[in-house]
Write a protein that binds this ligand. Structure first.
Ligand code: TXA
Ligand code: MG
Length: 356
């Protein structure tokens, strides 16, 4: 039987979802960033089921969602000034803070780490759900481990089918990209994952240490979610490292070569930030925002990748964008979805070799 989907517009449905969580069940729920796959954070057995359903390795810790800053303070050993400042400025909202945990947090939630990631979501339905349960909710994004995140209840249902007890439908997530994850170290913070709150906005209040600032990245940026491949569709995705015109020239050369060798031209989907006329080489073109507006692009990103992935394409090619503002988080997702593939050459060499 497929998972039950209930509209979150009806308060009784939120109560029902809280009841499922109370009994140790797991519920997919909307947040302002992406959908989460939640369990009672203080029930280790329920949390274990989240790992199992998501096929998530047990070394990758979960974010704990709270409905007030006081609830967060009960999960952390201490709250440095930098954390208090960020909470005052950005909560409720898409900012997750990692700090030393108290005994209250079960080890399974943090994958045995001495720290716990906590956020207070800005979505009224999420807050209502946490308040109804009366306990924090541990939740990763509601997608199979390594696959593209879900920004609608339908995307969650496509992934998990009958695997979860209930899906609460609150419509599409407004940000469409996950929270920013910061590890607080004294009065400084380290960016573990760029997300919906930009580094520029955070730096108005607290200095942010980023990967490229650090001599020994491995030492500081030890966040288990920072794997090279993540958010990835099944279809191979290349994030071109060329200018768009050079990329088209290269495609044209490969098209000529395929023509010469009588190799059928592959079905390629193009993922663009802004509207462009180019269609000659592509089966389909997905534009994230007609005007190149970054918040709009972020909110469409995962849905666009999922749509392309359902089209039975041979290849998806995405355009590189500037890594500033929300562009940093969008590029992070695209870089991981491509698992570092930036060149067309290997794809076409393989295609030609198969033909020979
Ligand atoms: O917007 C979001 O953050 C969404 C919604 C549902 O709240 N959640 C989400 O969860 O994206 P997930 O599990 O997909 O990503 C959590 C990230 C992972 O990269 C994980 O490794 C990192 O946070 N993380 C969690 N706890 C950590 C900890 N104690 N230390 C370092 N990194 C941690
Ligand atoms: Mg995720």
């Amino acid at each position: 039987m497929p998972s039950k989907i209930l509209s979150a517009n009806d308060p009784a449905h939120i109560q029902e979802a809280a009841g499922v969580l109370q009994r140790g069940g797991i519920v997919a729920f909307p947040t302002e960033t992406v959908y989460g796959l939640g369990a009672d954070a203080l029930n280790p057995k329920a949390v274990a089921r989240v790992f199992e359903v998501k096929k998530r390795p047990v070394f990758d810790p979960l974010i704990v969602h709270v409905a007030s800053s006081e609830e967060a303070f009960s999960l952390w050993r201490e709250v440095p000034k930098a954390a208090a400042t960020l909470i005052k400025e950005f909560w409720p909202g898409p900012l997750t803070l990692v700090l030393s945990k108290t005994e209250k947090v079960p080890d399974i939630v943090t994958a045995g780490l001495p720290s716990v990631a906590v956020r207070m979501p800005g979505h009224p339905i999420t807050l209502e759900l946490i308040r109804s349960l009366g306990r924090p909710i541990a939740a990763p994004s509601a997608n199979f481990f390594g696959y593209t995140s879900s920004t609608t209840a339908q995307a969650v249902a496509e992934d998990f089918g009958e695997g979860i007890d209930l899906i609460l439908d609150g419509g599409p997530s407004s940000f469409g990209i996950e929270s920013t994850v910061l590890k607080i170290e004294g009065e400084c913070c380290v960016l573990l994952r760029p997300g919906a709150v930009t580094v520029e906005a955070i730096e108005k209040f607290v200095p942010v240490l980023q990967k490229e600032d650090e001599k020994d990245p491995a030492a500081v940026y030890e966040s288990p979610g920072l794997l090279r491949s993540h958010y990835a569709p099944w279809t191979s995705l290349i994030l071109t490292d060329k200018s768009f015109s050079d990329f088209l020239k290269e495609l044209k050369a490969f098209q000529d070569l395929c023509h010469q060798k009588e190799i059928a031209w592959p079905r390629i989907g193009l993922l663009l930030l802004k509207g462009r006329r180019e269609t000659q080489f592509f089966e389909t073109v997905e534009v994230l925002s007609a005007t190149g507006d970054l918040p709009e692009a972020a909110s469409n990103l995962f849905q666009a990748i999922r749509k392309l992935d359902k089209m039975n394409l041979d290849l998806i090619v995405a355009e590189r964008i500037q890594k500033s503002g929300l562009g940093l988080a969008i590029m992070d997702r695209l870089e991981k979805a491509s698992a570092g593939q930036t060149a067309l050459g290997p794809y076409f060499e393989n295609l030609i070799q198969k033909h020979n």
